[in-house]
Write a protein that binds this ligand. Structure first.
Ligand code: NAD
Length: 349
C-alpha cells in the first residue's frame, strides 16, 4: 500500500494554519489531528480543515499510535518539552524556529534526537523563501565570484502583537533570538557559522518596560574571511522586510523576502570571463532584475522537504544542530550587545 504520512499539528495559530495547508496540499500526507489549549480556536480550525480529532493536551495527540509526524508551532518556551515528548513517542518532528530559548534546552533536544531514528527538522523557513533560495543557488554556482560581504535584516514592527503578558514579552525570547534568528540563519546558511560577533542595541521606540532592547546591529566575521552584518528591529516603523545583500568578487545580489524580483549585478555570465558589462561606461550599475514568487512563509515547500525526507529516508537538511547553531549565534549577538565585548558563538552542542 502507498505510504501516507499521518500528521498532527500542535497549535492552531495563523502560522500553524500555514503548516496545515502544506500538509493538506501534499499528495502523500494527511492532517489527522490538531491541538490547541484555546478550544474556540481549536474548533474553528478543526472545521476549516475538516479535522475531527482535536486535542487540548498535546500529550494526547502524540500518544496516538497512527500519527507518524508532529509539527510544533507553539510559543518558543513550549518547544523543548513537546519536541522531546514527540520524539520519545516515536514521531518525526518539524519544530518551529527558534529551536529553543536557552543553550541547555537546545542540548536536551539534540540529546533526544541522537537517541531516535526518527527525523527532526527545524523550521527555518527562509531557506524556502524563493528569493533567498535563488540567491543561494547563484552564490553556490560561483556566479558572483567569491563572497566577501553578507548582510540581512529582520525589520518587523511588533507594535500590535508585543504586549505585556504575551509570550513574546520575554527577556529570553529577545527580538534577536525570536525573530532575528531568520536573518542570522539566512547568513549562516549562505556564508557559514559566524566566528565572532560585535553588537550594539538600543531601545528608542517600544514601551521601556519591554525587557529587551528593540533594535540591534551586529557585525560579524564569517569563515573564509567573509564579513557581514545583521540588523534586527521589532519596532521600526515600516512594513516587514528582510532586506538582504550579498557582495561577491564578481557581482552582487540585492534581495528581500517580500518583493517580486531581486537584483543581480555581475561582471560575467555563466562563468564566461569576458566582461559583459563595460566598467568604463559604468554599466555595472545596471542590474538584471530576476522575477521571483513572493512567499516569505513558504510552509508548503518546507513540508514538501520534510515529507520527502521521511518518505525517502533522506538526511535531514535543517537539522537540530542547524537550529541550535542559529540560536547560538543569536545568543552571542545578545551577549555582545549587553557586555560591549566581542563574543565568539559557542557551537558545541
Ligand atoms: N517561521 C516563521 O516565519 C514563523 C512565523 C510566526 C511564528 N513562528 C513561530 O511559531 C511559534 C508560534 O508562533 P505564533 O505566531 O503561531 O504564536 P501565536 O501566539 O499566534 O499562537 C500560538 C498558539 O499556540 C497555542 N498554545 C500555546 N501553548 C500551547 C500548548 N501548551 N498546547 C497547545 N497549544 C498551545 C496558543 O493557544 C496559540 O493558539 C513560535 O515558535 C514562533 O517563533 C514562526
Amino acid at each position: 500500500m502507498e505510504k501516507i504520512i499521518n500528521v498532527g499539528v500542535i497549535s492552531c495559530s495563523n502560522m500553524a494554519r500555514g503548516h496545515m495547508r502544506g500538509v493538506v496540499r501534499h499528495p502523500k500526507a494527511e492532517l489527522v489531528a490538531i491541538c490547541d489549549i484555546d478550544v474556540e480556536k481549536l474548533n474553528k480550525v478543526g472545521e476549516e480543515f475538516n479535522v475531527a480529532r482535536r486535542y487540548t493536551d498535546y500529550k494526547e495527540l502524540i500518544a496516538q499510535p497512527d500519527i507518524d509526524a508532529v509539527i510544533i508551532v507553539t510559543p518558543d518556551r513550549e518547544h523543548k518539552d513537546m519536541a522531546i515528548a514527540a520524539l520519545e513517542a516515536g514521531k518525526h518532528v518539524l519544530c518551529e524556529k527558534p529551536l529553543a530559548l536557552t543553550r541547555e534546552e537546545c542540548v536536551e533536544i539534540a540529546e533526544a534526537v541522537k537517541k531516535t531514528d526518527k527525523k527532526f527538522m527545524v523550521g527555518q523557513i527562509c531557506r524556502y523563501t524563493p528569493a533567498f533560495k535563488a540567491a543561494k543557488e547563484i552564490i553556490d554556482r560561483g556566479d558572483i565570484g567569491e563572497l566577501m560581504f553578507v548582510e540581512s535584516e529582520y525589520a518587523h514592527d511588533y507594535e500590535s502583537i508585543l504586549k505585556p503578558g504575551n509570550w513574546r514579552w520575554d527577556p529570553l525570547r529577545n527580538g534577536v533570538v525570536g525573530g532575528g534568528c531568520h536573518a542570522v540563519d539566512l547568513l549562516r546558511w549562505i556564508a557559514g557559522d559566524p566566528e565572532e560577533v560585535q553588537a550594539y542595541s538600543n531601545h528608542k521606540i517600544f514601551d521601556p518596560e519591554l525587557p529587551y532592547d528593540d533594535s540591534t546591529i551586529a557585525i560579524m566575521k564569517f569563515p573564509n574571511n567573509v564579513i557581514g552584518k545583521v540588523f534586527v528591529s521589532v519596532a521600526c516603523k515600516r512594513n516587514y522586510t528582510m532586506r538582504s545583500l550579498f557582495y561577491g568578487t564578481k557581482g552582487t545580489i540585492i534581495c528581500d523576502n517580500r518583493s517580486e524580483k531581486f537584483q543581480l549585478y555581475r561582471t560575467s555570465i555563466n562563468g564566461v570571463t569576458e566582461p559583459i558589462l563595460n566598467p568604463s561606461k559604468m554599466n555595472s550599475e545596471i542590474p538584471v532584475d530576476i522575477p521571483v514568487a513572493i512567499n516569505n512563509h513558504n510552509a508548503t515547500a518546507e513540508f514538501e522537504d520534510f515529507a520527502s525526507i521521511i518518505l525517502n529516508d533522506k538526511e535531514v537538511t535543517t537539522t537540530v544542530y542547524e537550529g541550535a547553531k542559529t540560536v547560538a549565534a543569536c545568543f552571542a549577538i545578545v551577549e555582545s550587545a549587553q557586555t560591549g565585548k566581542v563574543v565568539k558563538p559557542d557551537y558545541n552542542f
